[in-house]
Design a protein around this ligand. Structure first.
Ligand code: ADP
Length: 716
């Protein structure tokens, strides 16, 4: 759960929307319960004595704690008397009969409808009742003075605790509100009046429903807005982290795993967040208010219904655990599948030429099968949730129905019982709808772990007390450099010592895997050596800011990197404020202008992600133009061994030679012409500097250089 909590740091900045969403969820819950409660008046109108008579009995109960057996004929038979009510205070007992209710004892009117009406509407502090007591065959009648809630002293001396006092106050308020609501409706119980009353109730339902739907729209829409915004900030944050993470991270991880974390895993979190702010807020609140309303109608019956609750919770937690585990596995499997797919697509030609389709097919089936297995596990748990909860709910409901019938036999209003059933049914439905929330949250939790796992990766940071590096003037020195890649067992560099004067061109040669690239990768601090130091003008590069260090470096790698943008923007990549003249000047020096100029859209031509439409040599020249425009004092150049046509090759060579003349250059050289034009040649072997010198010196003294010269250097 902790991981998922962290998502809320992204949600919280939108607290104003969150408050609105929560408010709407409460509004929906209250309006749902209110709509359900309209069943009672409907039943009253259709099946019983009409709305006013029912409202009067409700108010009488709230005011005096008196309940009657209904429907009545010519007197009111008391079914129960609340011990803590005003009726009990006046000495009225259950099973007695009220034969008359008088505001003025001298003006007696015994009509039944008047009795109830007077009880419910009187504004006097006390009224007189004519109460008949039946004992065997004898009936004795007496006058009782009944205090009304208008008599504050009488209410004061009622023995009410805080809870009962609160209930008394709420009931008075509800009674008065109810009375006020039905007051405009006609009192007589005629068929026409029934229609009017029904029309009024239908309008009320309509209003409640419209309000509820507006609240639901606002809740769903703003929840979505919050979620999309949060996930967007999360994606942006991860991407920013990705660009600031040390390269060593990517040495261990597949890039497609990061891609899958940013796309799939955040999508998984997205759907769960949506549920958290939508359904997870709405349905439990709905259930809560429905249950509270049911408790208010009859708490004993409602409690019986809820006996199943704890089982449901235990079950949900169990299933949630299973789902979280399976989701974690399935996300890993799906990211594996993604990388397999990427690999296979990129290697399609090789797969075909080596006739390895079946082999690839087998491996893919295996990986996809893993995903299938995990997803089926999730589906099974998902599918089991709803039916199990339904059975538990139905069991409780059956119990409630049996008990309810018993209660009705004892005088509980049948219309209230029916309403209670509907309320509890709706609550069960709300709970059923909530049942997959937990499982979804668990899935998101697993996804969140992976997303935050990526976010928590340490970033490249400047060491403490670093200063900006000043432009190189004298020398670069590698002192006893030892370096092993994080994933490798054997070191790639084993004690390299090398000193380079500023302005020199150093050609680095050596067999594959001898450590040439590794050595040049240490200069921009893509990696830090485990032992040894690199000094620029005597300053350790680990003691300067990464930004100032990298500003001094230009890099042209064999693998040409272009962006999905115009040629002009690709050249100006490191210098966004460059003018068109600057760009063209750089392009001319890189011998790129000549082919750019004749393109239909010139410098504004788009280069596809992988440089579609331009040859390898042309792309290389664009990349060189980029380095020239950036004008770094130090240039690292990994000479292309292939993919370059002869014409490009010659031009690249010329361009590089001209550029080299003005700065300190390290060339991982593969061509004889490059090697001979360098100031010094460094021969690398097995992570060490085997020899250094000019071509003439090395060809005489270094056996390794001789054999490289004969077998590996490309002559042109
Ligand atoms: P060269 O450029 O001379 O061909 P490299 O500098 O690329 O050699 O590699 C030197 C050694 O380091 C090799 O043994 C290679 O396998 C290993 N190596 C290179 N890159 C990595 C990496 N990212 N992770 C682990 N080992 C690596």
């Amino acid at each position: 759960m902790n991981t998922f909590k962290r998502i809320f740091t992204y949600v919280w900045p939108q607290w104003h929307r969150v408050s609105l969403v929560v408010f709407c969820a409460f509004a929906i819950a209250i309006l749902t319960s209110a709509t359900m409660l309209t069943i009672i008046p409907i039943l009253k109108v259709v099946l019983e004595n009409g709305l006013h008579s029912w409202m009067d009995t409700q108010v009488t109960e709230a005011r005096y704690g008196l309940q009657f057996n209904l429907p009545q004929t010519d007197h009111l038979t008391i079914s129960s008397v609340d011990e803590k009510g005003l009726a009990a205070q006046a000495g009225i007992l259950p099973n007695e009969m009220i034969k008359g209710v008088y505001e003025n004892p001298n003006q007696r009117d015994n009509a039944l409808s008047h009795m109830l009406k007077t009880l419910a509407t009187t504004q006097q502090e006390s009224i007189t009742l004519s109460v008949a007591h039946i004992e065997g065959d004898t009936i004795s009648t007496r006058d009782v003075t009944l205090s009304t809630p208008m008599d504050h002293n009488a209410v004061e001396i009622l023995d009410l605790g805080t809870f009962h006092r609160l209930r008394f106050v709420i009931n008075q308020w509800l009674a008065t509100t109810g009375q006020a609501l039905v007051a405009p409706l006609p009192r007589e119980d005629t068929p026409r009046n029934k229609m009017i009353v029904m029309g009024a109730i239908a309008s009320l339902i309509m209003i409640l429903t419209i309000l509820r739907c507006i609240a639901k729209f606002a809740q769903v829409y703003y929840a979505e807005k919050i979620v999309q915004n949060s996930v967007h900030s999360m994606r942006v944050k991860i991407f920013s982290n990705l660009t600031h993470m040390p390269l060593s991270y990517f040495a261990n991880e597949r890039p497609s795993d990061s891609v899958s974390r940013i796309t799939r895993d955040t999508a998984e979190m997205n759907s769960a967040l949506k549920i958290m702010l939508g359904k997870a807020l709405r349905e439990p609140l709905n259930a809560l208010f429905l249950i509270l309303t049911a408790l208010w109608l009859n708490w004993k019956l409602a409690l019986i219904f809820m006996v199943g609750g704890p089982f449901v919770v235990v079950f949900a937690v169990q299933i949630g655990r299973k789902i979280k585990k399976a989701t974690r596995h399935s996300l890993v499997a799906s990211s594996l599948m993604l990388s397999k797919l990427e690999e296979a697509m990129a290697a399609l030609r090789v797969v075909k030429v080596y006739n390895q389709q079946e082999h690839e097919q087998r491996r893919f089936t295996e990986i996809s099968g893993q995903l299938l297995k995990q997803q089926l596990r999730i589906s099974k748990a998902d599918a089991a949730t709803s039916p199990v909860l339904e059975i538990a709910g139905l069991g409780a409901a059956c119990g409630a129905i049996m008990m309810g019938t018993h209660f009705v036999n004892q005088g509980f209003e049948s219309s209230k019982f029916l309403t209670l059933l509907v309320l509890l049914g709706a609550a069960a439905e709300a709970i059923r709808k909530s049942s997959d929330i937990w499982t979804k949250v668990q899935r998101a939790n697993a996804a969140a772990e992976r997303v935050f796992g990526l976010m928590d990766q340490p970033l490249e940071t400047d060491n403490e007390g670093t200063e900006d590096l000043t432009p190189l003037k004298k020398s670069i020195e590698f002192k006893n450099i030892h370096f092993t890649y994080p994933t490798a067992k054997t070191p790639a560099l084993k004690g390299v010592d090398l000193s380079v004067q500023a302005g020199q061109t150093i050609a680095i040669v050596g067999p594959n895997g001898s450590g040439k690239s590794t050595l040049t990768n240490l200069l921009p601090r893509f990696y830090d050596p485990q032992q040894g130091r690199i000094l620029m003008d005597g300053t350790d590069i680990s003691a300067v800011t990464l930004k100032s260090l990298r500003q001094q470096l230009g890099m042209v790698t064999q693998q040409v990197v272009t962006f999905n943008d115009t040629i002009a923007n690709n050249i100006a990549y490191g210098k966004p404020d460059a003018t068109q003249e600057d760009i063209e000047y750089a392009a001319k020096r890189a011998y790129a202008h000549e082919f750019i100029e004749i393109l239909p859209e010139g410098y504004q031509s788009m280069i596809g992600e992988h440089g579609a439409g331009l040859s390898g040599g042309q792309l290389q020249r664009i990349v060189i133009a980029r380095a020239i425009l950036n004008n770094p004092p130090i240039l690292i150049f990994d000479e292309a061994t292939s993919q370059v046509d002869a014409e490009s090759e010659a031009k690249i060579h010329k361009a590089v030679e001209e550029v080299m003349a003005e700065r300190t250059t390290f060339i991982i050289a593969h061509r004889f012409s490059t090697v001979v034009s360098a100031d010094r040649i460094v021969v690398m072997d097995k992570g060490r500097v085997a020899a250094q010198g000019t071509h003439e010196e090395l060809i005489k003294t270094c056996n390794l250089y001789q054999s490289l010269y004969e077998t590996q250097l490309i002559s042109d």
